[in-house]
Design a protein around this ligand. Structure first.
Ligand SMILES: *[C@@H]1O[C@H](CO)[C@@H](O)[C@H](O)[C@H]1NC(C)=O
Ligand SMILES: *[C@@H]1O[C@H](CO)[C@@H](O)[C@H](O)[C@H]1NC(C)=O
Ligand SMILES: *[C@@H]1O[C@H](CO)[C@@H](O)[C@H](O)[C@H]1NC(C)=O
Length: 353
């Protein structure tokens, strides 16, 4: 099937009309045409062998990266400033139970993290009832060779497909976990492991069609706004929320991708500008709050950013830098045939390098 879409790289949308008009499709998430500032510099820091899927990443207090794999239940540690040293295994959650995969990963303090473990495969999809959250505390900088402390935070037997995970401090330190299949966000108290449903939003629910059963994927809260991607609906949108993360208004779709392209996870800055992984578009797109979209790296026929999955800000001193994980084409090979292996990339944006 041929999808005719505009190859200009910038789309402008008035927020006034978003709720009453069909949102624009993302213009060429994927083309190499460049009508804006120069494409951002992309550095390939590490590439895994084909078969590995890197799902998410988080920066540590020393600007190292934790990387969660989905192709095995493994959490890796990688120092992006010494990329010739490959990622090392920090912990395999196969030791903790029948987990096949890790998904969302979030920093809860500069030195501790939470991660989603469960069973997801490209053949069977997500297996409901297999999901749990674990916390990870890294050893102090004075004893870097000590093993991290790993604790079960909560089993989520009622969850169907826990995917994205964020930290949320109010009214008490908690993590919020998005269920891609149920279209909900679950709150889990870090102090007690108590589980409650925080959000049930129609715009989080999956749409028919690929990717299988995937509604809400990544999400982040910045001030009074929750930003989310819905993979099956191919949307990026927002929900107004109160300080404790409850919805206080209607969801708004800011951008809808042209089929067959869809979004995975993303990061958002203080001004509400998001850098979004365009999964099978093999690109990272910058989306402003008023719906302006620009590709900053990659392209549909390129393996430079091969099936991106997660985006985080670096904490280094080289300006604005994104670290990006990819699936390397394992889920959707580039051009239908090319699988390069999962990647860890550094992308300079807004003058960073
Ligand atoms: C990508 O490659 C396909 C052929 O594999 C071609 O039809 C398409 O026009 C290309 N798209 C871009 C944006 O280069
Ligand atoms: C994950 O689910 C698949 C499909 O049901 C199953 O074959 C596999 O054994 C499960 N993996 C683990 C670690 O339980
Ligand atoms: C994909 O197809 C396009 C158009 O045929 C080609 O230029 C590009 O090199 C291909 N990329 C890969 C990774 O095979």
């Amino acid at each position: 099937m041929h999808f005719a879409y505009n190859l200009s790289a910038v789309f402008k949308l008035s927020t006034l009309f978003i709720t009453s008009f069909t949102p624009p499709t993302l213009a060429s998430p994927v083309s190499s045409s460049n009508h804006g500032p120069s494409p951002s510099p992309v550095s390939l820091l590490h590439q895994f062998p084909p078969g590995v899927w890197a799902e998410n990443l988080a920066t540590t207090s020393t600007n190292s990266l934790l990387i969660s794999l989905m192709s095995s239940p493994d959490l890796l540690l990688f120092n992006p400033s010494t990329p010739s040293i490959p990622p090392t295994l920090l912990h395999s959650f196969a030791r903790n139970g029948p987990y096949a995969s890790l998904l969302g990963l979030a920093a809860t303090t500069p030195n501790s993290f939470a991660v989603v473990a469960g069973n997801y495969s490209f053949t069977a999809g997500a297996i409901p009832g297999t999901f749990a959250l674990f916390t990870i505390t890294l050893p102090p900088a004075s004893a870097p060779d000590q093993a991290p402390e790993i604790n079960l935070l909560a089993n989520l037997p009622d969850a169907a497909f826990i995917n994205g995970l964020i930290y949320h401090a109010f009214p008490s330190p908690a993590v919020l976990a998005g269920d891609s299949a149920l279209g909900t966000v679950t709150r889990v108290e870090l102090a007690t492991g108590a589980v409650s449903t925080l959000l049930e939003v129609d715009a989080f629910k999956p749409c028919a069609g690929p990717p299988r059963g995937e509604g809400i994927n990544g999400f982040h809260i910045q001030g009074q706004t929750l930003y989310f991607t819905n993979s099956g609906c191919r949307t990026f949108g927002t929900v107004p929320v109160s300080r404790d993360g409850r919805a206080v208004g209607e969801a708004r779709v800011v951008v809808r991708e042209p089929a067959p392209y869809f979004f995975d996870d993303f990061t958002v800055d203080e001004t509400g500008v998001a850098y979004v992984a365009v999964s099978n578009g093999n690109a990272v797109a910058r989306i402003t709050p008023d719906g302006e979209v620009r590709v900053v790296a990659g392209g549909v026929n390129s393996t430079e950013v091969a099936e991106p999955t997660g985006v985080v800000w670096g904490r280094g001193d080289e300006g604005r830098v994104l670290f990006v994980s990819t699936g390397g084409g394992l889920g959707d090979p580039v051009n239908g045939t090319t699988v390069v292996g999962a990647q860890v990339l550094r992308i300079g944006v807004e003058g960073g390098w």
